[in-house]
Design a protein around this ligand. Structure first.
Ligand SMILES: [Zn+2]
Length: 377
C-alpha cells in the first residue's frame, strides 16, 4: 500500500509543478513552490541572489539534510525550454504523462525536481538511515548553465553528485560531455546607395558570406563540431549593408580543441573583414566545460551497485550536450547525469511515465543509503 501511495504522490507532485510557468530566468513561481515543499518537510535551505546579476527573478536553491557518512549532492534545474508557458499535463490511463500538444511537458527537468523532493520526503517519513544530502536546484540551466555558473560552490561539501537531467530507461546515465562555446560576430561595413554609388560602400553581408564560405561545418574532427546557426543583417534592398551579425557554436570532448576552433573562427572573420575593408568583432562564451567521469569513480561504482540491487540495467552513455554536471565537474565534484523520466525533450511531444518517476525516486533513495558504500568496495 505504501509503495502505491508513494508512486501516486510523486506523479501528483510532478503534475502540480508542470502547471507552473518556468521559463528560463523567470522561475520565481517555481522556486516558491519548491521552497514551500522544503518548508513543509522542515528542510533548511537558502536561495542566492545571483539573479540580480543575470537578469532573472529567482536564485539557486541550496538545501541540506543532515545524515551519517559521506555527503552526496542531488541536482536538478527549475527552468524548462520554450514553449513552456501554460503547460497542461495529461495523465493517460497507461501511465504516460504528456503535454496537451502545444507546449513542452517540462519533464526536463521537473521530473528531476519532483523525484528529489519525493526522495527527501521518503527518507524523512520512513526514518531511513541516510548519508548527508545536499540538494541544488539551479535556474536558467537551459541557457548554458547560467544559474550554476554563478552559484557559490564553497558551500558544497559533497565530492559525489547525481544530476537528474537525462533521457533513457532507469539505470541510464551520462558520464561524458563536451565543452560548448557559443560565439557571436558583429561585422561592420559601410552603408551606401546600392544603385547610385555601391563602390563607396563596404558590404557587411559579403564579408560574412566570404568568411562563412571558408568555415568547415559539422564534424571537423571525430570529437569536435562547428556550426554557424544564425545570420542577420542589412536594412533595405537598395542599401549596401553596413552591419551583419553571425552566431554559432563549437562543441568538443577536448576543451583545448574547442578553443582552437574558436581561434580559427576569429581569424577567418577578421581576414575576410580585412579583405573588404570592414571590421569583425568576435565575442564568445564558454557555456560548458568538457568532463569525463571515470568508470572507476565512487559515483559510478555506487550507481552500479544500486542498479544491481534494484534490478535496473546499468547503462553508461556519452552525451554531446551540456548540463549542470559540466559546472560541477569544473568545481572538482565527480558526478553523473541520471535518466529521470524525460523523453523527446525540447519538443511538444515530450513525455514521462509514472513508472519512471517512481523508479528514479527508488534509485535516489537507494543511492542515499550508507549501506551501498560497503557494497561498492
Ligand atoms: Zn534539462
Amino acid at each position: 500500500m505504501k509503495e502505491k501511495s508513494e508512486e501516486k504522490r510523486v506523479a501528483e507532485l510532478f503534475l502540480y509543478l508542470t502547471g507552473i510557468d518556468n521559463a528560463s530566468l523567470k522561475e520565481r513561481e517555481m522556486a516558491d513552490a519548491v521552497e514551500a515543499v522544503l518548508d513543509e518537510l522542515e528542510i533548511p535551505y537558502t536561495e542566492d541572489d545571483t539573479w540580480k546579476r543575470t537578469g532573472g527573478n529567482a536564485g539557486n536553491i541550496f538545501a541540506k539534510l543532515e545524515g551519517e557518512g559521506e555527503p552526496m549532492l542531488l541536482c536538478a534545474h527549475l527552468d524548462s525550454v520554450a514553449p513552456a508557458l501554460g503547460k497542461k499535463a495529461v495523465w493517460k490511463e497507461d501511465g504516460t504523462i504528456t503535454s496537451s500538444g502545444d507546449t513542452v511537458l517540462g519533464a526536463d527537468d521537473l521530473a528531476g525536481v519532483a523525484e528529489i523532493l519525493e526522495t527527501l520526503r521518503r527518507l524523512k517519513e520512513r526514518n531511513i538511515p541516510h548519508r548527508p544530502i545536499e540538494v541544488l536546484f539551479t535556474y536558467a540551466e537551459e541557457l548554458y548553465d547560467v544559474g550554476s555558473e554563478f552559484f557559490d560552490f564553497s558551500q558544497i561539501r559533497s565530492k559525489e553528485a547525481y544530476v537528474l537531467d537525462a533521457s533513457g530507461c532507469t539505470g541510464t546515465f551520462l558520464y561524458k560531455a563536451p565543452t560548448i562555446v557559443s560565439f557571436e560576430v558583429q561585422i561592420r561595413g559601410l552603408a551606401s546607395h546600392a544603385g547610385f554609388q555601391p563602390e563607396k560602400g563596404i558590404h557587411a553581408i559579403q564579408i560574412a558570406a566570404d568568411a562563412i564560405g571558408s568555415i568547415q561545418m559539422g564534424h571537423v574532427e571525430e570529437d569536435t563540431t562547428v556550426n554557424v546557426g544564425e545570420i542577420s543583417g542589412g536594412t533595405g534592398t537598395n542599401i549596401v549593408p553596413e552591419r551583419c551579425e553571425v552566431r554559432g557554436e563549437i562543441r568538443s570532448y577536448v576543451h583545448e580543441k574547442a578553443l582552437e576552433q574558436m581561434n580559427r573562427m576569429e581569424e577567418i572573420f577578421r581576414t575576410s573583414a580585412g579583405r573588404y575593408g570592414g571590421e569583425a568583432e568576435v565575442t564568445c562564451r564558454i557555456g560548458t566545460y568538457a568532463y569525463e567521469t571515470s568508470m572507476g569513480s565512487t559515483v559510478v561504482r555506487r550507481m552500479r551497485a544500486v542498479c544491481k540491487k534494484l534490478g535496473f540495467s546499468f547503462l553508461p552513455k556519452e552525451s554531446f550536450g551540456g548540463s549542470d554536471n559540466n559546472v560541477l565537474a569544473a568545481h572538482g565534484i565527480e558526478g553523473i547525469v541520471l535518466a529521470c523520466g524525460m523523453e523527446q525533450v525540447h519538443s511538444v511531444q515530450e513525455y514521462t511515465t509514472v513508472q519512471a518517476l517512481k523508479e528514479t525516486a527508488e534509485l535516489l533513495t537507494a543511492l542515499a543509503c550508507p549501506e551501498t558504500e560497503e557494497k561498492i568496495c
